[in-house]
Design a protein around this ligand. Structure first.
Ligand code: G5P
Length: 225
């Protein structure tokens, strides 16, 4: 008999560590990690119609319209019907959550609660390697050589929306939009919240909560700041 598929979402404000933690979950539990931000950036790079439209919104740090993101993500999910997966950054709005609800049932929604000041500091120190999605932070996980990806040796870049004005816009908008999504998943009984200022402190709790529902493929690793 085929193993039961596991479907999860990670929610949290910009800079809360969704991408960092999602990569750890994908590695430890073998889930396919699908980030809406990465999907949008891929479409921007490929100059698709959705990408050209999305670019204007992302540069200002505001949400891309629901119908654009929803279509993009559902298309990707259709190709993953026989995989266990973890969505990062989607759904963001109640409308997106309702559309997702029609196509699948979620087993767990991981919610990250991180103080506002911590988020601002983290985003301003973030660098990424665009083709792999590897994320660095000049204090938390700096590259071995400044400005260079550890694995490929290629240059690191900053997201357009990590500029200070865009960061503030993203954080403000998040508060209004996320509340009904969180309430929805709380009512459904699938929400698991984790609070703190450090990813490495929160991670063991997330690992242990997930381990109670799905068998890890890699033992828990200790991550040091
Ligand atoms: P994204 O790409 O989904 P956001 O805004 O949700 O972007 P973001 O900024 O990628 O989220 P994150 O994934 O929560 O943040 O966090 P991260 O990248 O792992 O960590 C942030 C930084 O902190 C990194 O440098 C990391 O190394 C560091 N860090 C992590 N943990 C620690 C720690 O413990 N200590 C320290 N010091 N540092 C740490 O979306 C981008 C845009 O796309 C659009 C929107 O316009 C959005 O703004 N978009 C959507 N629009 C509509 N609907 C959707 N569903 C959309 N999805 C994306």
């Amino acid at each position: 008999m085929a193993a039961k598929l596991f479907r999860a979402v990670i929610l949290g404000p910009p800079g809360s560590g969704k991408g960092t933690i999602a990569q750890r979950i994908a590695h430890s539990f073998g889930l396919q990690h699908l980030s809406s931000g990465d999907c949008l950036r891929e479409d921007i790079a490929a100059r698709t119609d959705a990408g050209i439209l999305a670019k204007k919104f992302i540069e200002q740090g505001i949400l891309v319209p629901d119908h654009v993101v929803t279509r993009l993500m559902l298309n990707r999910l259709e190709k993953m019907t026989n995989r266990s997966w973890l969505l990062d950054g989607f759904p963001r709005t109640l409308q997106q959550a309702e559309v997702l609800n029609h196509s699948c049932e979620l087993d767990m929604v991981i919610m990250l609660n991180i103080p506002f000041e911590t988020l601002k500091e983290r985003l301003s120190a973030r660098w990424i390697h665009p083709s792999s999605g590897r994320v660095y932070n000049m204090e938390f996980n700096p590259p071995h050589i400044e400005g260079i990806d550890d694995i490929s040796g290629e240059p690191l870049v900053r997201h357009e929306d990590d500029k200070p004005e865009a960061v503030l816009a993203r954080l403000r908008q998040y508060k209004d939009v996320a509340k009904p999504v969180i309430n929805l998943y709380q009512k459904r009984g699938v929400l698991q919240s984790f609070s703190g200022t450090e990813t490495n402190t929160i991670w063991p709790y997330i690992y242990s909560t997930l381990s109670s529902r799905i068998t890890p493929i890699h033992a828990e690793e200790t991550h040091q700041t």
